[in-house]
Design a protein around this ligand. Structure first.
Ligand code: UDP
Length: 246
């Protein structure tokens, strides 16, 4: 496989789980949010990488979770989108305290606390070195923040999606229950879909596949990992038909 190339503009996808202590179910752990913010701050100051971040909300609420039983799916999804905004504000606070200039843009207007999502404005922020945090998903129900990540990454012309997770890549079996599980260094989109591997949901994978947008799945909380991915080091799993183009 050809070596990976460094990335200049990336879209980091942080699931709700990235905001909480893995030993505790849900909520926001300020220590973990600060750690993520530190990693992003280091990346910014040393590599000048342009960075958009899509935040999930699963640590607080998901539209298809048992907590939403009996609700209209659309109402429940609106709650989920609000949950992503709570995470976005927590992350913004931590990033600003770590010295990173940020803007939150929401797909549902909340102008008292964030800008509305405007693509051209987001691009301008990125060019000026601000981190743009995209909240409230796509603003419509029945979608996920994985699909939002694919959509926004394409809109801002990112080189790749960086999907930070609790494990260090994509495995052929669940590494937590099977010690024989093997990590892929590289895997095609179609194999992810055909094997039902848990990278991102099928809508998100299809969008990336149709537009040749690579995804790097990597362990978020290992120190220095975001920088390694951005520099093109061989960490995690590269999902895509081709290697990222710088
Ligand atoms: N959501 C939605 N439309 C979107 C993005 C998100 O309705 O475009 C809702 C949906 O209910 C979802 C919740 O927001 O369950 C939180 O997002 P997600 O489950 O993707 O968060 P993550 O799994 O990344 O923590």
């Amino acid at each position: 496989m050809a070596a990976r190339l460094p990335l200049h503009r990336v879209l980091l996808k942080l699931s709700g789980e990235a905001f909480s202590d893995p030993r505790v179910q849900g909520g926001i752990d300020p220590t973990i949010v600060r750690q993520v913010a530190r990693e992003v701050a280091e990346l910014q100051s040393s590599d000048g990488t342009e960075l958009g971040i899509v935040v999930g909300g699963g640590n607080i609420f998901r539209g298809n979770s048992p907590a939403a039983a009996g609700m209209d799916r659309s109402s429940a999804d609106h709650m989920g989108m609000l949950a992503t905004t709570i995470n976005a504000l927590a992350l913004q606070d931590a990033l600003e305290k770590a010295g990173v200039e940020t803007r939150v843009q929401t797909a549902i207007a909340m102008q008292e606390l964030a800008e509305p999502y405007i693509r051209r404005r987001a691009m301008r922020h990125l060019e000026k070195g601000r981190v743009v945090i995209f909240a409230a998903g796509l603003g419509v129900p029945y979608f996920t923040t994985d699909t939002t990540a694919a959509q926004r990454a394409l809109e801002i012309e990112a080189d790749a999606i960086l999907k930070g997770t609790q494990v260090d890549g994509v495995y052929d079996r669940d590494p937590k229950s099977d010690p024989e599980a093997r990590r892929y260094e590289h895997i095609d989109f179609l194999d992810v879909l055909n094997q039902g591997l848990k990278v991102m949901d099928a809508t998100a994978i299809s969008l990336c596949m149709d537009n040749a947008l690579p995804i790097v799945v990597f362990e978020l909380l290992r120190e220095g990992n975001i920088r390694r991915v951005v520099r093109g080091d061989d960490v995690g799993t590269l999902v895509g038909a081709a290697v990222p183009v710088a």
